[in-house]
Design a protein around this ligand. Structure first.
Ligand SMILES: Cc1ncc(COP(=O)(O)O)c(C=O)c1O
Length: 408
């Protein structure tokens, strides 16, 4: 029976909108600005001076060893702890294999260090009770310094990404205006630097400034730090001195090295840390079981048997760096002194970004960084002698707004 005023409402199934998968991602990860690597375009005839790769190939012995290793053993897992590479590195640096960990590039080890030594911010941590009356542990709010990962800025722009990913607190502290490392006294006076930070990264020589720091100033800083201090020596083979001895002398200091830059092995991803066995053991505990690929281990171990080949290449890169610095300065560029395989240089007349684009049109890739206070500069990797010739030739040809900028 129907009553007046009644009507039938057809039952339409409610449209369900499937939840966006991005809602399943942790808010912390959603907020992260990923590290932006330099481009790797596969364009023929490109002069690629944007990612600090070595312009010279690996030694013929390394290429042969890698080729010879491509056989039935690809079916097997590689050595889980890269023992042959660690043993050769220990002999080279005068330590023991338990003072070395090898990683999938030094980037992997930098990430492991953040996870091993810095607490995520804002939580609690367990403190063992050691008194006679009580045993067990208690929960303590995490002190600020325990989650602080500190680094001078500008420096390697991956550090803050690694720290944010872990939920720890990035703590950038400005370098001097000339990109020098402030002394301990200056850092104390400035009040920003945290001598108790859980972890401190010092890129030495620095990137992207190219500036080298003396072992004496690094030693003074290391001695003042209470937390783990990592000297990231990715470019040190192009510098006049290195600070490896500090990792062997101070129990809280780790030195980070890579086969990528000086040893022409970016493709294989091999880096390593040197330091106290207790810190190294902590990193081994949390790394992937087979973190270094087999061909990378073969390449790195063979590299260490052919060091004179690479030392010749360091000298060639340094000679090209000197020439490029001199010639660009003659064309009105402000070139900062470099201890690396790149220079940071401020071009004349037009903004650096315009130079970036003008060079790109001429098939020359260099790097420009937005932010970090270095927008007026270009970072230029040192190429082969021919690539440096090409760069200089094109720089001389570039005109902005019809003006001959290279005469002023
Ligand atoms: C300062 C610094 N540290 C570490 C790395 C990472 O090197 P790897 O190729 O060993 O991961 C780079 C790479 O550009 C770098 O510039």
């Amino acid at each position: 029976m129907r009553f007046p005023g009644w009507y039938t409402v057809p039952i339409v199934p409610k449209k369900t909108v499937p939840p966006s998968p991005s809602r399943l991602v942790r808010p912390l990860v959603q907020r992260i600005h990923a590290y932006v690597p330099g481009e790797q375009p596969k364009v023929k005839g490109l002069v690629k001076l944007n990612t600090n790769e070595n312009p010279y190939p690996p030694s013929p012995k390394v290429l042969k060893a890698v080729r010879d290793a491509v056989d039935g053993r690809l079916r097997l897992y590689p050595d889980p702890s890269a023992l042959a590479v660690r043993t050769a590195l220990a002999a080279l640096h005068g330590g023991s294999p338990d003072q070395i960990i090898v990683g999938n590039g030094s980037d992997e080890l930098l990430a492991l260090a953040v996870r091993a030594f810095a607490e995520p911010a804002g939580g609690f941590r367990e403190i063992p009770l050691r008194s006679k009356e009580a045993s067990g542990s208690m929960l303590q709010p995490i002190p600020e310094s325990a989650s602080r990962v500190q680094f001078p800025t500008p420096s390697y722009s991956l550090y803050p990404v690694l720290v944010e990913t872990h939920g720890a607190t990035p703590h950038p502290v400005p370098l001097r205006p000339d990109f020098g490392l402030p002394s301990v006294a200056e850092l104390k006076k400035g009040g920003l630097w945290d001598f108790r930070a859980a972890l401190t990264f010092i890129t030495t020589p620095n990137a992207p400034s190219g500036r080298g720091y003396s072992t004496a100033e690094l030693d003074a800083l290391c001695q003042a730090q209470k937390g783990v201090t990592i000297l990231d020596e990715a470019y040190v083979d192009f510098a006049g001195e290195n600070a490896l001895e500090l990792a062997l002398r101070h129990p809280h200091v780790l030195v980070s090295r890579t086969f990528s830059k000086a040893y022409s092995l970016c493709f294989q991803r091999v880096g390593y840390f040197v330091g106290h066995p207790d810190l190294i053991a902590a990193l081994h505990r949390i790394r992937d079981s087979y973190n270094v690929n087999g061909l990378g281990q073969v390449a790195a171990a063979t590299t260490l048997k052919d060091l004179p080949y690479y030392q010749r290449n360091f000298r060639r890169v340094i000679a090209s760096r000197t020439r490029l610095t001199r010639e660009l300065a003659g064309l009105g560029w402000k070139v900062l002194p470099s201890s690396t395989n790149f220079i940071l240089a401020e071009p004349p007349t037009a903004p650096a970004k315009d130079w970036l684009e003008a060079l790109r049109e001429r098939k020359i890739l260099v790097r420009w960084f937005r932010g970090q206070g270095i927008e007026n500069f270009l970072r230029i990797t040192i190429g082969t002698e021919e690539e440096v010739d090409t760069l200089l030739r094109e720089v001389r040809r570039i005109r902005f707004h019809g003006a001959d900028v290279n005469r002023g």
